[in-house]
Structures are given as C-alpha cells and as structure tokens.
Design a protein around this ligand. Structure first.
Ligand code: HSE
Length: 441
C-alpha cells in the first residue's frame, strides 16, 4: 500500500472532534476500501488544553490554521473553521496554492467564493470536496456531481436547515414557543454560531446556491436568492395549514425557467401527502427532478457532529481513492453565467391569512380585490383558531376575525398588488400573512 495520506484538521469544534473520532474508529476499513491508509498528523485550534474527548498529543499542533495550511507536511487540509472570510478563506487558499487537497464543510465560504476556489483547485491539480457543506450527512453533492450526470435537472428543492425544521416540527407537534425550540436546537448543537443565519434563511440560501450551480451547471450566485425566514410563522398558520391539508416547511427551491434560474428560500405550504411533508425534526431532505430518472428524494440528518463528520470522511476517502471529480461537477471555466429569473414572475398558489373586521361587505371587498387582480380563490375560511384573540380595542361586530384564503395558481406580482389593495380598503386590522404553496408530487 502507498504511503499514508497525511491529514491536517483545522477547527476542533463539534464536527472536528467527530472527524478525529470517526477516523480513529474506522481508519482500517477506509484504508482497505481506498487502497491507501489515511492518518491525521496535524490539527489546528486555538485552545490546546481543552478536553475534546480524544488524545491530541500525537498530532502536530498549530494555533494558526493559515500557518498549518501554508507549512505543515500534509496532503489534505480539512477546513472546519467556518465563516466566508478570515482564517477559513485564507487557509483554504493557502492550501490550494500549494496543491494540497481541501475538504471543507463551509457552505458560506463556497457560496461566496466557490467558483474562484474551484478554479484555484484546478489550476493547482488539487481536489476541493465539500459534501458536508450541504445537508450534513446526506450525499447530495456526490449525487449531483456523479449519479445524476445523465439527466437534465428541472428543479431541486429541499429542507436544508435542521434547526428550522426542528423548530417548525416541535411548534406543530407540541405547541412549544419558537424561542424555546430555538434554545433547544442551540443546546443540541444544530444551530449556527449566529442562529439568525438559520432562522432568517441565510444558511439554507448558502446551501441552495451550491446545489443550484451543481444542478444547472451555472456559476454560484448566492446574492440573487429571494429570502424569507421562519420568524413570521405563528402557531395559527401551522394550525390553519393542518386544517387545509398542508404542512409548513422552510424550503430552498431552485428551478429552470424560460427567463433564467429561479432561486428562493421561504416558508412553504407543502401537501401533507408529499414526501417532503413527512420530514421531521433535524432531518433534511433534498428532492431532484431529472428528465430521465424522474424525482429522487434523499433524506438524512442535516446537522450534528457525527452526521457531518460522515460526509467529511467520505470526501477524504474519495481523495485517498484517487477520485479527481471537479469541485462543481465540470471544469470551473465551463460553468455558464448565472441568469436570475425575477421573483415577480414566480407562479404558484398562495395561502393568505387576514385579520378581517367582522362587518357587512368585508368578505365581498376582499373577493372583489382578488377578482380585480385576476386571482381565483380555491377556498376561503373564516374560523377563530385557538390562540388567536382579537385585540380588546375592537368590540361587537367590528372584532377582527382570522380569515384564510387559498388561491389557485397566480403570479407573485398579482398577489402582492391584491394584498396592497385589500390593505388600502381598511377591511383588515394588520398586514396579511402570505405563504407560497409549492406544487409537489
Ligand atoms: N445550522 C445548520 C442546520 C447546520 O441547522 O442545519 C448544518 O449546516
């Protein structure tokens, strides 16, 4: 067997510690399957004395990951620091410039600099592998780069953030408050260092930008994603969705349209019978529509140390085996420029929740506004949901009541205009809630 591949791991947090433990436990089987031994020889973290559950005394220790990437005697640099600039970016660039392979779990870095880093890797005959960056333990990067290469992909969508899915699932099942669910997700190690990245949808957007490039062969564009997080979702919406036959999930969706690629992240109503509706807790799921294979759905843990380490080590094993698949599935110079399909042109059904003054003609006014915008209604329900109390200042017949509407397919521009008109008529007491419905199998 050839000489062992020497690995340097930068970042010894939850994922880094799991990578060290996984490699220790399974190094024998990995070496046999790859016909090459692998061994961690160097690590980088700031605090050497912290107990991480393993003995680090046999590794070369670097407090500065950039120094490790620039000087250490290693073949693979594993970046588990995080962040789209600073030490993570500098160390990855330094390693690639030396022709050292890079394995990273850093979606923010790839979403921002992925094309440039892929070029740098190719110029220096190095691999840039990042299975762990998207959907944690689910092998979706390999699926898109390799297994789906015979298909033209029309749409890719999924639950890409375990923290949001965990929060929405518990709010629905246990009626627990948003804040308590988020605190539990942080305690369990699912959430980002700054959890606003999870709940405002940025983490999902980073992952979607990478998937979109792999699916459509276009340059990564993470700034051009329509973004809405889950902070506006109430238990009233979750209950109304349930009664109407839907569940609410934070989805990242990218699809090919006549005018370009539509990329969006938002809370989405999905039919209860769809595969994606049944994905609960910290699980992630990614669905890919290929023109020959049809739809495939991959489900698995999207966050947590061991699941993420599983993908990091699979990337190491690919390098040990000699797999040189380009980072973005094709040479980076051949990627097409990204063309954005504007959100105004988005077409679909919508769930609308209004707080409507209970007076004669209010319903008729709403129906008229919808009709004048060319929007046809599939259902309109007025029903007091538990937990929604009308503000005390309204009395008698004027008390606002929750009204939910489901529209047939329409455009984003039409629904927004209709809601502005409804608000201008003085029939609702607060801004309407609007959640897009995704057509799914
Ligand atoms: N904070 C992320 C999540 C971790 O909740 O899914 C994996 O990227």
């Amino acid at each position: 067997m050839a000489e062992a591949l020497k690995i340097g791991v930068a970042g010894l947090g939850t994922v880094g510690a799991s990578v060290v433990q996984l490699l220790e436990k399974h190094k024998g089987q990995i070496s046999r399957k790859s016909a090459r031994a692998v061994a961690i020889t160097a690590v980088s973290a700031r605090n050497k004395s912290r107990d991480r559950g393993f003995d680090a005394s046999g590794f070369d220790w670097f407090t500065d990951p950039v120094v490790m990437a620039s000087e250490a005697d290693i073949d693979i640099f594993v970046e588990l620091i995080g962040g789209d600039n600073g030490a993570a970016e500098q160390s990855v660039r330094a390693a690639l410039k030396r022709g050292i392979h890079v394995v990273t779990a850093n979606k923010a870095l790839l979403a921002r600099h992925g094309v440039e880093l892929a070029r740098l890797a190719e110029e220096n005959n190095a691999c840039l592998n990042y299975e762990a960056a998207v959907a944690g333990g689910i092998p979706i990067v390999k699926t898109l780069r390799e297994s789906m290469s015979g298909n033209e992909i029309g749409r890719i969508y999924g639950i890409l953030n375990g923290t949001c899915n965990y929060i929405l699932t518990r709010m629905e099942a246990e009626g627990i408050s948003f804040d308590d669910c988020l605190a539990d997700a942080q305690r369990l190690g699912y959430a980002e260092a700054d959890p606003t990245f999870d709940i405002e949808g940025n983490d999902t957007a980073h992952k979607l930008a990478i998937l979109s490039s792999l699916a459509f062969g276009t340059e990564i564009s993470s700034d051009d994603i329509y973004l809405e997080g889950i902070t506006s979702i109430t238990t009233a919406d979750i209950q109304a969705a349930d009664e109407l036959g839907y569940r609410i999930k934070l989805l990242g969706i990218a699809l090919r349209t006549d005018t370009g690629i539509e990329q969006r992240v938002h809370p989405t109503m999905v039919p209860k019978a769809s595969a994606i509706a049944r994905i609960d807790g910290v699980l992630n799921a990614v669905a890919v529509d290929g023109d020959f294979v049809g739809e495939i759905v991959l489900v698995g843990p999207g966050a947590g140390g061991n699941a993420t380490a599983s993908s990091v080590v699979a990337d190491i094993a690919d390098i040990a085996r000699g797999d040189e698949t380009p980072a973005l599935g094709m040479p980076a110079v051949d990627l097409k420029p990204y063309t954005r399909a504007g959100m105004r042109l988005h077409e679909g059904g919508y769930y609308i929740r209004l707080s409507v003054y209970d007076r004669p003609g209010a319903f008729a006014e709403i129906a008229r506004c919808m009709g004048e915008a060319g929007i046809s209604l599939e259902s309109i329900v007025q029903k007091r949901h538990p937990g929604i109390e009308a503000p005390e200042r309204y009395t008698g017949s004027e008390r606002p009541q929750p009204v939910t509407l489901i529209t047939y397919e329409t455009t984003e521009v039409a629904i927004k205009e209709a809601l502005e008109t409804i608000m201008s008529k003085g029939v609702v007491s607060e801004r309407p809630q609007m959640i897009r419905i995704e057509k799914l199998n």
